[in-house]
Design a protein around this ligand. Structure first.
Ligand SMILES: Cc1cc2nc3c(=O)[nH]c(=O)nc-3n(C[C@H](O)[C@H](O)[C@H](O)COP(=O)(O)OP(=O)(O)OC[C@H]3O[C@@H](n4cnc5c(N)ncnc54)[C@H](O)[C@@H]3O)c2cc1C
Length: 492
């Protein structure tokens, strides 16, 4: 029998692990102040926390428990929240217990997969964090071209397992992002123009809904829920696993970055605009404006996932355009490209991000973008995600995800190592985005922050909004799952 010390609610708590390493049984947990869904104060009885802990295969962490601080922290250090308790779930059975506990106590509830919510929604102050990180595993079935992913898994784990079988599906562009959060909100990535959104490739979800039921959602079982889970975010329950369809793909792509000094930015962006809409679907072109040690630059990152010789021919003009400072395009493993941004966008820094979709890019818009970049300091980055291609293949009403018909997405991001000057810097970011926002039409709900109102979500989801509200009323009438891009169970 293992014995561990827990410290929680100001008390030193002795915890024992029964044989076979099953549920951590907390002894003598004190009563714990917590926050309700409505924002009120309650006291959780120690005995009910003990009962929760006994019902889980994973652990319950309280303030002071070993691992509590490590687990409560999310990617964006700006959000330093302290849940009253954390349920570290090891599978759907644990998730059911945690959801039932949250509902019975009407507890403020956050669900955490990869922890990359830009607005820190996967943690909370004083509530319950349902932590899915212990649920990491990806199994690829090459014969059926399917991947089965546990919902705490990261994108790098999905890409890695798929590449071994010369298979792939759309994932995001930074390998430590959570696959579940990304997929539930849509999922844009380097293969998206070829294979569609990550959610377009999700053929089935396992989910625990607010009433604690375990359901499967696909085109045959609970198809209404399946529709909503593809773009409707974490509104309907805790997804415990996702089945993806995979595609044949050479694990070595042809790609890299071409970099030009900033004084060529207007011309490069015009050239990009002219080729982006009709580019082959195997081409993903992602410009960004950023600072290098010797000055500001514009770069275009290329991921050509098709035949290399054809890519070399098609990219000739782009690589010869203007006077590049560097050209790093070469064959490289797809998984290498997928982790190229991992460090610069690493966890534990302070971030502020704004973004929106462009359906067109006119010359005066390009001028505005370049001028807006020039006025910002070297902690600022402006990036584009390539749209069109297979993103457009599905009708906007076919899934909950609304922003299908786009040329690209534009985003701005501020990155700081610490809190110094954070208020002034975020104010600068907001003012900068105010200049750029008029160019955009709609936004990506996975990047939404607390500035977005319900009216904003309604406008962005368009005709899909009312259907999402009806689904919310059916599956989560009390809005237990509200720490997300939230759809209310009723309007008004
Ligand atoms: C560095 C970085 C790079 C990014 N790159 C891309 C990109 O290339 N393409 C792209 O499309 N997006 C990208 N994003 C945005 C990303 O899609 C969202 O931040 C996404 O929500 C992250 O998912 P997560 O599981 O890591 O986050 P979490 O913070 O764990 O969750 C995000 C939201 O989803 C909910 N949620 C998560 N898992 C579940 C679940 N299993 N069941 C129910 N609800 C759940 C959470 O409650 C929360 O509201 C990026 C974000 C970051 C920080």
């Amino acid at each position: 029998m293992k014995r561990r010390q827990f410290v929680g609610a100001g008390l030193a708590l002795a915890a024992t692990w029964p044989l076979r390493g099953f549920a951590a049984v907390l002894k003598s947990v004190g009563d714990l102040p917590a926050k309700t869904l409505a924002g009120g104060d309650i006291v959780l009885r120690g005995s009910s926390i003990e009962a929760l802990a006994a019902s889980l295969r994973g652990e319950v962490l309280l303030a002071g428990s070993e691992g509590y601080d490590r687990t409560r922290r999310v990617w964006n250090a700006l959000f330093d929240k302290k849940p009253a308790l954390i349920a570290r779930c090891t599978g759907a059975a644990d998730v059911q217990q945690a959801v039932n506990f949250a509902r019975q106590h009407q507890l403020l509830t956050a669900v955490r997969a990869g922890g990359h919510s830009l607005s820190g929604k996967s943690s909370c102050d004083g509530g319950l964090m349902i932590d899915l990180q212990p649920m990491q595993g990806v199994r690829v079935e090459p014969e059926t071209r399917r991947a089965y992913l546990e919902s705490g898994s990261l994108l790098g784990q999905l890409d890695h397992e798929c590449a071994a079988f010369r298979l792939a599906t759309t994932a995001g562009t930074v390998s430590h992002t959570g696959a579940a959060g990304l997929t539930l909100g849509g999922g844009l990535g380097r293969l998206g123009r070829r294979f569609g959104l990550a959610c377009d490739n999700a053929v089935s979800f396992d989910i625990v809904t607010a009433d604690g039921r375990f359901l499967r959602a696909n085109d045959k079982e609970n198809p209404d829920l399946y529709w909503g889970l593809r773009g409707g975010g974490g509104n309907f329950g805790v997804v415990t696993s996702i089945e993806y369809q995979l595609h044949d793909m050479d694990p070595v792509i042809f790609g890299g970055t071409v970099v030009w000094p900033l004084d060529q930015a207007r011309d490069v962006l015009r050239y990009y605009r002219d080729i982006a809409a009709d580019a082959p679907e195997v081409a993903n072109l992602a410009p960004d404006l950023h600072w290098e040690p010797d000055g500001p630059v514009i770069a275009i990152e290329v991921c050509w996932s098709g035949d290399h010789a054809k890519g070399e021919a098609w990219l000739k003009k782009l690589r010869a355009f203007g006077k590049p400072k560097r050209d790093e395009i070469a064959p490289m493993p797809y998984v290498t490209m997928q982790s190229g941004g991992d460090e610069i966008l690493g966890p534990g820094k302070y971030y502020h991000l704004k973004g929106g979709f462009l359906t067109q890019l006119k010359d005066d818009g390009i001028d505005l973008i370049v001028d807006a970049f020039k006025r910002m300091p070297n902690w600022y980055l402006l990036f584009f995600d390539h749209g069109g291609g297979a993103y457009r293949r599905m009708a906007p009403a076919a899934t909950a995800y609304p922003n299908r018909d786009t040329l690209c997405m534009i985003g701005t991001i501020g990155i700081w190592p610490n809190k110094d000057g954070i208020e002034e810097n975020t104010a600068k970011m907001r003012a900068n985005w105010k200049e750029l926002a008029p160019l955009t039409k709609g936004f990506y709900t996975n990047l939404a922050d607390s500035d977005v109102t319900m009216a904003g979500y309604r406008e962005n989801y368009g005709a899909n909004f009312e259907r999402l509200v009806a689904l919310k009323a059916k599956y989560d009438p009390q809005n237990l799952f509200r720490l997300n891009a939230n759809v209310p169970p009723k309007i008004g």
